[in-house]
Design a protein around this ligand. Sequence first.
Ligand SMILES: [Zn+2]
Length: 307
Amino acid sequence: MGGTSLAVPCWLPAWPATRPAARRRPRAGPASPRLAWMTMRLTVIGCAGSFPGPDSPASCYLVEAEGFRLLLDLGNGALGALQRHAGLFEIDAICLSHLHGDHCLDMASYWVARTYSPDGPKPRIPVYGPAGTAGRLAGAQGSSLAREMPPAFSFETLTPGTRRIGPFEITADHVNHPVETFAFRLEHGGRALAYSADTGESAALVRLARGADLLLCEASFVEVPAGPGAGRAQPNPPDLHLTGRQAGQHAARAEVGELVLTHLVAWNDQAGVLAEAAGTFSGRLSLAASGRIFNLGGPGEDIQPTR
Ligand SMILES: [Zn+2]
């Protein structure tokens, strides 16, 4: 699998050494129900592409196993919806795929919450992101945060390769987007979840997703003619995002078990995006939605209806 043979930086002590010794029950948000030991649970917190939509925040996904809670991205609006599925202070680590605002801006709000909690600052948690993550987030909230953020977050710079974060083996690799962007493969209990982040067509994504149980793949663009009198003014720019058709092609090439389309932009016809993907991928297929839950390796696989 692409990227897995690269060096394995030891960024964290092995789980559960990084787990805080005493974890108080948060006052905000419910705790998640107990999971079977081998289950990896994906909860879609936000799946709106580029900006929050009427029914979903921007990108954010909660992945849980063995009581460990990892966020993939924390885009604008996601911190509120997150509290429906996890306690505000129950997050153990965060991976940011890239530094576009719709994938990271609620980190600034989360810093406020963790720092100014009425019962005192919360323990530092690791945040993995591209080079420059701390400065980018400080700029989003106010320049003084470059100094003040480190007590809340331990920033670790992502590089391609495989590392262990909590109970997960996580492989990151660069994908095809105008800024440095990482797609992820998370493995736990013999199951694999792949997340495209934002990308144009990408051989690295196909390698990363190879044989995954579930590929959470962006489908920001639609295949419509461009030009005067056509469906859109300009053709889809290259090396930026995928159409539903292209997402399906990536899933088919990677031979994944299930494809969930995400990063859905509010002005698109989502039924059309789904239909595009159905033309190139014959497996289990659906659209992401805020609040959808997928249990990989446990009972109650995908509790929501799919096509
Ligand atoms: Zn982006």
